[in-house]
Ligand binder design. Structure first.
Ligand code: GDD
Ligand code: MN
Length: 369
């Protein structure tokens, strides 16, 4: 790195969302510097309080080279929202988002910048699936290109023909990004799709074939179910205005939880001959466990709790957060049942009241920002 080398005025901010990428940072900044030559750049590391000391490492780099900057977020999570944080924090006229794990080749930055700066394109996208692209990371099944159906849907949504709508490597004028920010959902990692779909006019995109390298150090934070994020993006842009995506997911999980609840309830009531209050209590706990698991996997996938110890704590706080609702649930349902309300209806009313509590409390205390 040569912090005192000849550099033009600040042109490009490279936003690096990071979650446990400590060892990847220094070599990546060096590669970026080499790839950009005299173009004025800055690197914005947006770290979500990684446990491996990524933020400290970024600060160390920033002290050595003022072109590196650090945004450390505590209590917030997510690739999309990290990218948005970056858009809002730079004075550079152009900004790029790229992975910090060396899977995205910095050599593409200069031609991508050129495409946008010359006005040839409004967004430059590095694509793993454009003609000429290659990938060394086919080990994981989600690396397979989205189906034609998905790509057709993405095209309908964005008005742009894309080979890789879920790419995490793209570049656009900062002003254009900022204009779109108020309309973005900020959930998950579909930030490019979100930007393109939020623009009223279809944006002119130029794709750059990417040699998708293997990750250098650490492990992937995203999982196989990338299609889920894609579907959530579709929902978000179609019905999301009426019922927010997260609420819809929570509701869907809740509805499935009702089935689990009913199954357990009947198991205990009919097969085991247990009394109603006990059966309802056990069914509530069973449904709560099921809901915690599925919400963690689906509704809050961008803030997913993964480690065994944290999972246990997350489950415990989910149960704790929901216990007020659960007490109300069992009490109200039992009271209604004793007053002659049919057991199914009694249980449903108990559940409805409890789920209002559950959503409010758990999104704040279990997966809270
Ligand atoms: N700040 C922050 N917060 N950064 C995150 C988070 C988060 O919650 N989750 C992931 N990151 C960072 C990682 O540290 C990495 O720098 C980058 O975002 C991409 O994450 P990876 O874990 O390397 O993703 P991947 O390689 O599995 O997924 C790739 O393909 C996706 C589409 O299939 C990436 O290129 C994604 O950007 C892309 O959307
Ligand atoms: Mn990666």
């Amino acid at each position: 790195m040569n912090p005192t080398g000849p550099q033009g005025s600040l042109q490009l901010a490279i936003i690096l969302p990071t979650l446990n990428e400590r060892d990847n940072l220094a070599p990546l900044v060096e590669r970026i510097d080499r790839a950009l030559g005299e173009t004025g750049w800055e690197v914005l590391v947006v770290d979500d309080n990684s446990s491996d000391g990524t933020a400290e490492e970024a600060r160390r780099l920033a002290r050595a080279d003022h072109r590196v900057r650090v945004i450390q977020r505590i209590g917030r999570r997510g690739l999309s929202s990290a990218a948005i944080e970056g858009f809002c924090a730079t004075a550079a006229p152009y900004c790029a988002v790229m992975d910090a794990d060396h899977q995205h080749d910095p050599k593409l930055l200069a031609p991508m910048l050129e495409a946008v700066r010359s006005g040839r394109a409004q967004v430059a996208v590095a694509s793993r699936f454009a003609k000429g692209a290659s990938t060394e990371d086919w080990g994981r099944p989600d690396r397979v290109q989205l189906s034609n159906v998905a790509n057709a849907l993405a095209r309908k949504l964005t008005g742009v023909k894309l080979t890789d709508p879920m790419s995490g490597y793209f570049l656009l004028p900062t002003e254009a990004a900022l204009k779109l920010v108020p309309g973005l959902s900020g959930i998950g990692f579909k930030i490019l799709l979100d930007l393109l779909a939020t623009s009223e006019e279809p944006l002119v995109v130029e794709e750059f074939p990417l040699d998708f390298a293997a990750r250098r150090s650490g492990e992937s934070k995203l999982d196989r179910a990338i299609a889920l994020d894609f579907l959530a993006g579709l929902y978000d842009k179609t019905f999301g205005k009426f019922i927010p995506t997260r609420f819809a997911l929570f509701g869907t999980v809740g509805a499935l939880g009702v089935l689990v609840h009913m199954a357990i309830l009947y198991l205990f009531l009919l097969l085991a001959g247990a009394n109603f209050a006990w059966s309802q209590a056990i069914a509530t706990l069973g449904a709560m466990t099921f809901n915690f698991w599925l919400n963690n996997f689906l509704t809050y996938r961008d803030r997913r709790i993964r480690k065994a110890g944290e999972l246990l704590r997350g489950w415990a706080s989910f149960v704790a957060a929901c216990s007020v609702g659960a007490v109300a649930n069992v009490a109200i349902a039992t009271m209604l049942f004793q007053r002659g309300v049919h057991e199914v209806l009694a249980a449903l009313i108990g559940i409805a009241i409890a789920s209002v509590w559950n959503y409010a409390l758990s999104s704040r205390f279990v997966w809270g920002r």
